[in-house]
Write a protein that binds this ligand. Sequence first.
Ligand SMILES: [Zn+2]
Length: 262
Amino acid sequence: MPEESRCWFCHRTDAEVMAFADVETPRQREILQQRSQVSRLKADFVQSAEGWRKGIPKEFKEFDFKFVTSNADQFKSIRIANGLLGEIADPSKLLGEIADAKKRTVDWLEKAAPILRKEDGEVPGFGALSHFDKADRELLSKMVDQFEAKWRRRIGSDGSRGADPSGYKQGFEGLKLFDGLEFMIAEGTLYYDVQAQLLEMAKRKEIDSKPKRGVGVLLVSGYPPVPLCSVCIDVMGELSSGHIAVEPAVPQQVTAAPAVRS
Ligand SMILES: [Zn+2]
């Protein structure tokens, strides 16, 4: 086993250099902020959903979910016309809130679901899926598949004509207010889970793309090959304004060389 290599200059080990030089990139910070925002919004969403379940007027039971959520404003005048909703302070406010939450979550999910399912295309806000590993793409596709199999409904139509071969219904098709609300709450929750998963993948990708830091065997012109860490190499380069040329040594030419990181 090779002896653990230490930088000839600062005497730090490979692990020490990696820990020291692992600087968070602006993108990494941005992803972390987005991730905590997503968990906060998901918690708010789940809490609001409880209020929607309790607050939805029973008189609206037979209404079509899609109709109600796309015409929330109209329900103020209905209240005045038939007086059915005495105990509800303002049904249009509650329905408007549901419609807004649906817009924030379901609209994106409907666009993204066919892409995630096919593991191909541009995910809104995240770019091309092909940037991610196959295992990651499969995981996202499975999240969509399992959800749709459970509800026997498609989240978003993939645009193909004719009946769905799986026999699934499309989106909110045929759902009355209460069942539609449950489907929407489930979709909204999935939306936050998919966002969190995508951010996790983006974070891993960002970390992998950072230059590798550590101790390697390097050749300084005029000196025998020595183990040097990437931090010291950067400093030397800066101090000498590029006059000291540091080149990676060819490992085979160095006898008794410490392990070289590729
Ligand atoms: Zn060093």
